[in-house]
Design a protein around this ligand. Structure first.
Ligand SMILES: [Zn+2]
Length: 170
């Protein structure tokens, strides 16, 4: 990424974390020191690289490509997912219009860009890479709405996948 592209990505991220609308091309241009047309060029490039994405037919629709669909996720799973990303529901602001796109959830494994169904954390391959005991514990914690336990188990699952520890499991 070029320094200007980094500025743009940071700007979109800041806005989304603040729970406000994504920046306009004019705002992006003024931050990055280019015209609105120049900003459009940068944004187009970032979208084609898969760093940013747009919600079709929506204004100010930019989001980070790894944004989660906040409308489709059960609140407990959402809390856990936000915590994983170092954010909270409070930080996003209750009642604010969120600029996350529909159907763009990716697998919770850091190494994985596979899209998963709404409400699911891992892609099928990674989910079944987890030891069965861990999978059952995750589902149980989710059903019991035990957010702390759920976050802990999901973190353990992610760490295991990221370190390749679970690859030996059938
Ligand atoms: Zn995956």
């Amino acid at each position: 990424m070029t320094p200007r592209e980094t500025v743009v990505v940071d700007m979109v991220r800041e806005r989304l974390q603040a729970g406000v609308a994504a920046p306009s091309l004019r705002e992006i241009g003024s931050r990055a020191g280019v015209s609105a047309a120049g900003a459009k060029g940068i944004v187009d490039r970032l979208v084609s690289q898969g760093v940013l994405a747009r919600i079709p037919a929506a204004r100010r629709s930019l989001r980070l490509a790894d944004g989660i669909d906040l409308r489709g996720v059960a609140s407990d799973a959402l809390r856990a997912e936000l915590a994983r990303r170092g954010e909270t529901l409070d930080a996003l602001g209750a009642g604010t219009r969120l600029a996350f796109a529909k159907g763009a959830v990716t697998c919770a494994a850091d190494c994985c860009q596979v899209q998963v169904e709404r409400g699911k954390l891992f892609c099928r391959r990674h989910w079944f890479t987890l030891p069965r005991v861990l999978r059952e514990d995750i589902l149980r914690a989710f059903a019991a709405k035990d957010v702390t336990r759920y976050q802990e188990l999901v973190a353990r699952a992610r760490d295991g996948i990221d370190s390749g520890r679970f690859e030996v499991w059938p």
